[in-house]
Write a new protein. Structure first.
Length: 401
């Protein structure tokens, strides 16, 4: 590639508004070359149909040898690390999903609603006691998903600060060094190994105990190494993105108060409002999940050669006017909002999406019911993005009531 390539992620003027390049590329260059923070080049897709086609095409692999490095660390970031690639593709991935999928069905996650509601109410009680203003990111966004995933997996929620630090280091884009990454994997791996041994000695009614029994079974459906990787992934994915999304949801609704007021006035809008937040968010997935072409492919009339690293820009796809009418409008009554690609598509569709949706619905419903006068302390233009991390999100969301 000899042409001048723009740096990716693209800069933006305000936290909640998407970079202008997304819409521009959708119109004139839906298959674009960009340069990642590592300095490596990649191909960026921005149209809905192209992004969905890529996500569902099994000839594209997640990471692996020859993939563009995303992060500035020596290993190129979490997508390139050997410790996170073992269960990514093929039969191993299908086996892994089959083992875990029964624990994340909509019906099973829905049975957690009363418990999630109780946790949310307890945190809102604390929020009200501490008084206005409050940092919603710190006082609700972080602790709730940590409590939920820890209860589900069987880990102590009082270690939430450890999980927050470990996840940030693991998801570094430009913020942490290779040495810090290696130390984190050692610490996190040792922590999970100790948890596994505790569950072996004294199993409980939780997912880790169940997975430990699967690992110890004679048919070897889940090796010890795979068990450790799985639990680390669950603790990481189970809180990081949902924690960020709770803060983003509040900011997005309160930035235009009529959005929040509509939910206060009509709680039936909560599921649709959550789907629109998921569709319209442009802050959470900084780079997405790169794919590597194992065979020549074509998108929007452009050939993608074998070995190319392709980035499906899901947030841009979620605003494609070819798929969503008036794509930048927030409409909780939109009939196809849940066709967004925020949770991916195809064989890597997010296992935890039923729980993420449930948590967001419970949080929004509880805020609307208990804090109907909630508003941003500062203007929406003063919100700041978290930088240097693959997970993105907002730094702080201060609210008052």
């Amino acid at each position: 590639m000899t042409e001048t390539m723009p740096d990716y992620p693209f800069p933006r003027t305000t936290a909640l508004k998407p970079p202008k390049e997304w819409a521009e590329l959708q119109d004139r260059c839906p298959v674009a070359h960009v340069r990642l923070p590592s300095g490596d080049a990649a191909t960026l897709l921005t149209r809905y149909d192209d992004v969905r086609a890529l996500l569902t095409d099994t000839s594209f692999q997640r990471g692996g040898e020859g993939a563009a490095r995303v992060s500035t660390t020596d290993d190129g970031g979490i997508f390139s690390r050997s410790s996170t690639t073992r269960l990514r593709e093929g039969e191993d991935h299908l086996r892994w999903r089959r083992l875990l999928s029964k624990s994340f069905t909509i019906r099973k996650m829905e049975s957690w609603r009363p418990r999630v509601q109780q946790m949310t109410d307890e945190l809102i009680d604390d929020l009200l006691k501490s008084g206005s203003p409050a940092n919603l990111s710190v006082q609700l966004g972080l602790p709730l998903p940590v409590r939920v995933i820890c209860a589900l997996v069987g880990a102590p929620s009082e270690d939430q600060d450890k999980f927050a630090h470990w996840s940030q280091v693991m998801l570094t884009l430009t913020r942490y060094t290779q040495e810090e990454v290696m130390k984190t994997y050692e610490e996190f791996g040792a922590y999970v190994s100790a948890l596994v041994e505790e569950k072996r000695a004294d199993p409980g009614d939780d997912l880790l105990s169940e997975l430990t029994q699967i690992s110890d079974s004679e048919d070897g459906r889940l090796s010890h190494e795979e068990l450790i990787t799985t639990v680390m992934a669950l603790l990481l994915a189970g809180h990081e993105t949902t924690s960020n999304m709770i803060a983003i949801m509040a900011a997005m609704l309160l930035a235009e108060p009529e959005r929040y007021q509509a939910v206060v006035d009509d709680p039936e809008l909560i599921p649709g409002a959550v789907e629109e937040v998921l569709r319209l968010d442009s802050t959470l997935s900084v780079v997405g999940f790169p794919r590597v072409a194992t065979q020549e492919s074509e998108f929007a009339g452009t050939t993608v050669p074998v070995g190319s690293t392709v980035i499906p820009c899901r947030p841009a796809a979620n605003r494609d006017p070819r798929k969503f009418a008036e794509p930048d409008a927030f409409d909780p009554r939109r009939d196809n909002a849940n066709q967004h690609l925020t949770f991916g598509a195809g064989p890597h569709y997010c296992l935890g999406q039923p729980m993420a949706r449930l948590e967001l619905q419970v949080v929004l419903g509880t805020l609307a019911r208990r804090l109907p006068t909630l508003r941003l302390r500062d203007s929406a233009d003063e919100l700041r993005l978290r930088t240097g991390l693959l997970s993105g999100g907002l730094q702080d969301v201060w609210v008052t009531w």
